[in-house]
Design a protein around this ligand. Structure first.
Ligand code: ATP
Ligand code: MG
Length: 429
């Protein structure tokens, strides 16, 4: 016989910066998603599901060639046909691509959408920073009135507080539009030009290509060197200034506490006018929970009619640690049936099925183990109630539903499989 050499067994692990999300942790994710969806509904935002991969140009054109995301963080590779494709690092550019592709601008404005799903950035993994992370985001199109800006920020605030987040800081600013940007850009260049040699090589390159990006550099020396640079708010044109003043007025009207952060710069080039960020003091240096802003030029850039837009995205992995301890999520079946013997086992199977069709979470024990070990299992899986089906129970047709949380036990007669139906409300509470 030929000696077939066995391949050594491999142990696989998730890739660096990626994570598996397992139960019961998944319940926290579902809690956030459900709360967000409820609020989106009240504001008229409808779900949109987009591919996680796009043609690379979708991102380079909109996010900007000189942004950190495009320069360093994209998962870009040629597909088998040689086309350059990119795993989406964010949701707005793919959304605008779809908005233009499907002529969604023909619907009455504002057209409002939300999405939820994974994003990919090749970053250095650390606490609250992953290479695959999940965002829930919203986009509102076709209206440039600052009332819409205030409303979407207020919606974000409503979502975050319904999820159970407290003590968040809402920071806003305006980063101007294409009319006021040239003046700001030159003021910035004059200020930074004198000390350009103190900046990193990326920033020296950005100086000509896109000096505004220098404001977003995370290198400590650059942060130091750019201190005292001209504040963008002083360079706003009258249109942008009015827009910003109105936004603040409307946020006050809607009771959304906020502060102005003139140094807020977004990592994406497409933003105009309103930019905002929500942060928590409890996340260390990765403090941003959600961020967003206006992007009034992007639809046109993608070949659609000039259409204003505003949106935000919140990061699931940063929200979860903030609510984990305060959420009291207990998982476990509402009823666990312990059958003793083959006849009881069959009975258990059909009772369980009948109760499930009435909306109850029911588990049964499958193997022929002792009552003691079945009870131990019921405990381990967090069963709220347990019923034993033994010889006596089958003979006398009387069962007892034992409440595992110290609540009232219920004795009842077993008639066919219907009997437990009338007890559903009691079992459930
Ligand atoms: P940061 O300043 O933390 O790098 P960002 O400005 O790059 O954030 P955005 O592009 O505005 O982030 O994305 C919106 C939200 O998505 C962030 O506020 C954050 O909650 C989340 N997020 C962004 N990058 C990551 C990541 N690598 N891991 C986990 N969450 C992330
Ligand atoms: Mg980033």
């Amino acid at each position: 016989m030929r000696n077939v050499k066995k391949k050594p067994r491999m142990k696989y692990k998730t890739l660096k910066g990626l994570q598996d999300i397992l139960p019961p942790e998944i319940s926290i994710w579902q809690h956030i998603e459900t709360k967000a969806k409820d609020i989106f509904k009240n504001y008229g935002y409808r779900e949109i599901r987009l591919p996680i991969m796009e043609s690379t140009d979708v991102f380079t054109r909109s996010i900007g060639e000189t942004s950190d995301i495009v320069e360093k963080e994209m998962y870009t590779f040629p597909d088998k046909g040689g086309r350059s494709v990119t795993l989406r690092p964010e949701g707005t550019a793919p959304f605008v691509r779809a908005y233009v592709e499907h002529h969604l601008y023909n619907d009455p404005a504002p057209q409002k959408f939300y999405y939820a799903g994974p994003m990919f950035r090749y970053e250095r993994p650390q606490a609250f920073r992953y290479r695959q992370f999940y965002q829930i985001g919203a986009e509102a199109m076709g209206i440039d009135d600052p009332k819409l800006d205030a409303e979407i920020i207020s919606m974000l605030s409503a979502i975050l507080s319904s999820i159970g987040l407290e003590g968040l800081n809402f920071e806003i600013t305006s980063i101007g539009c294409e009319k006021c940007r040239p003046a700001y850009r030159s003021a910035l260049k004059i200020y930074l030009g004198d000390k350009l040699n103190t900046f990193c090589s990326d920033c020296r390159r950005r100086y000509d290509a896109n000096p505004l990006r220098i404001l977003d550099c995370k290198v400590p020396a650059c942060i130091d060197s750019r201190k005292g640079s001209p504040p963008v708010l002083e360079y706003l044109c009258s249109d942008c200034k009015d827009h910003f003043d109105d936004l603040r007025k409307n946020l006050d009207l809607l009771n959304v506490p906020h502060s102005i952060n003139p140094n807020l710069v977004r990592g994406l080039d497409y933003y105009t006018k309103t930019a905002f960020e929500v942060s928590s003091e409890n996340l260390g240096s990765q403090s941003a929970v959600a961020a967003g802003g206006r992007y009034d030029g992007m639809v046109e850039e993608f070949g659609g009619p000039a259409t204003p837009g505003i949106g935000f995205a919140m990061g699931m992995e940063r929200i979860i640690p903030l609510i984990r301890d305060s959420l009291n999520i207990t998982e476990g079946p509402e009823l666990f049936i312990c059958p003793l013997g083959p006849e009881a086992s069959e009975k258990a199977l059909s009772i369980a099925e009948q109760l499930r069709s009435n909306g109850l979470w029911v588990e049964i024990n499958y193997d022929n183990t002792s009552l003691r070990s079945q009870m131990r299992k019921a405990n381990r899986i967090g069963a709220k109630n347990v019923v034993v089906l033994g010889e006596d129970e089958l003979k006398n047709r009387e069962i007892e539903i034992k409440n595992m949380d110290g609540g009232e036990d219920i004795k009842t007669l077993l008639q066919g499989n219907e009997i437990l139906k009338s007890l559903l409300p009691k079992i459930r509470k």
